[in-house]
Design a protein around this ligand. Structure first.
Ligand code: NAD
Ligand code: MG
Length: 404
């Protein structure tokens, strides 16, 4: 139970991979953090378990039907004081509630944008795991952060590493603090050494079996195509006010260095640790202090070596597509993200081949005009347009399964 000095947290996407890691860190420090609200889209059993264990003040689920189910299970357990709601409006409400200090944004995909932005507009401490929000609306999002005095802490391990390797004053501009480049590390995913011919045959289960990280199916697929690194390149440009040319991708198969910052004097600072999301989550919860995340200390003798390679954009064209979208600017990254979400879902549903993902994203972008991303309406409209276009292209003969 809480004390008056504990921080109240809304956990958006509590049943996911980041959600569970966040719960694990909070459980270790129950005197310091209190769950105000937990949310999930469909997994009602998992949300019920979380409610029984953590007794938050509020729970939000996708549909009214599931909300009623959850309410009666909680009633049976004697937990009638947990307020259960459903739908998008409730997500915005728990992100902005005056009782809340910290919002963990761990919904997957574009669905995370509006609740995350709501937390920013309420001036909260926002722990940003959901990268798609920033990819879609980067300039608008960062403007809102400064206008509303929100504290934005990156949770994506690479950006969290870069944040840790930058001096506090980096907001004044990277060159002012002597930064020459950001080195974004990538594991290379499960198919780093596969030939193009072998990549033709990749199944969803193979794509979701990441060698170093255990994650949700969407981001696991993005890691396998390297679209994840492309989205992260865009995310890094917005978070640190960098140009795409200042962000270098370095394949580092061991995932021990989580990213690096290169300085004008030749220094390169790296942040290292075992690949475990509880580390960046604990950093974000406790910043500027440090707390125990429950992660094993890094055993350098067991790691023994660190390898580095350059990425192969022929076998993994998604990285190039993302960089090109960032260079094109405006709504191009939002269209890229939308097309990718459609493509990844189609791949996971067995309707599109693995190599078809990049082809569908490219075809969508080639048929899309770039507009200035000067309002959220424009961004959401381009997101919807790219989704429709990608769905339409998906039904063309050339994208049918087995025809990549
Ligand atoms: P996940 O699929 O495991 O969980 C997603 C969560 O979002 C679930 O709680 C689900 O109920 C909720 N959700 C899904 N669709 C929703 C919708 N339409 N409306 C409201 N809620 C919805 O995903 P994850 O792997 O935990 O990733 C979450 C986010 O964090 C993603 O944006 C991902 O890119 C980012 N991220 C994840 C990791 C990781 O290690 N898993 C690392 C870095 C960044
Ligand atoms: Mg990452």
């Amino acid at each position: 139970m809480s004390s008056s000095s504990s921080r109240r947290v809304t956990l958006l996407g509590a049943t996911g991979s980041i959600g569970r890691s966040t719960l694990a860190v909070i459980a270790r420090h129950s005197e310091a953090y209190e769950l105000y609200a937990v949310t999930a889209q469909r997994s009602r059993e998992a949300l019920l378990e979380i409610c029984l264990r953590f007794e938050p003040a509020r729970a939000v689920i996708g549909t009214q039907h599931d909300a009623e189910w959850l309410r009666s299970r909680l009633q049976e357990a004697g937990l009638t004081r947990i307020d259960v709601c459903h739908g998008e409006a409730a997500l915005l409400e728990v992100s902005q509630a005056p009782e809340v200090d910290t919002v963990m944004s761990a919904i997957v995909g574009a669905a995370g944008l509006l609740p995350t932005l709501a937390a920013v507009e309420a001036g909260k401490r926002v722990l940003l795991a959901n990268k798609e929000a920033l990819v879609m609306s980067g300039g608008l999002f960062m403007d809102a952060v400064s206008r509303h005095g929100a504290t934005l802490l990156p949770i994506d391990s690479e950006h969290n590493a870069i944040y840790q390797c930058l001096p506090m004053q980096h907001r004044d501009g990277l060159s002012r603090v002597g930064v020459s480049r950001l080195l974004l590390t990538a594991s290379g995913g499960p198919f780093r050494e596969w030939s193009l011919a072998a990549l033709e045959t990749v199944t969803p289960d193979q794509a979701c079996a990441h060698p170093n990280w255990s994650m949700g199916r969407k981001i696991s697929t993005d890691s396998a195509t390297m679209m994840n690194k492309g989205l992260e390149l865009i995310e890094a440009c917005w978070l640190f006010d960098a140009t795409p040319a200042q962000v270098e991708v370095v394949v580092h198969p061991q995932s021990i260095i989580h990213s690096m910052v290169g300085y004008a004097d030749g220094s390169v600072l790296a942040q290292m640790g075992n690949p475990d999301m509880r580390t960046p989550i604990a950093y974000g919860l406790a910043w500027p202090s440090r707390i125990d995340a429950g992660v094993e200390p890094l055993d350098l003798f067991a790691v023994s070596r660190l390898d580095f390679e350059s990425p192969d954009e022929v076998r993994f064209p998604c990285l190039r597509l993302a960089r090109e979208a960032m260079v094109a600017g405006g709504t191009a990254p939002a269209s890229l993200n939308a097309a990718n979400e459609v493509a990844v879902q189609a791949f996971l549903d067995g309707k599109l081949s693995f190599l078809g993902i990049a082809r569908l994203v490219q075809a969508t972008l080639e048929a899309t005009e770039v507009r200035a991303a000067d309002s959220l309406d424009v961004v959401l409209c381009e997101d919807a347009r790219a989704r429709q276009l990608a769905e339409r292209l998906l039904h063309q003969r050339s994208f049918q399964r087995g025809r990549t």
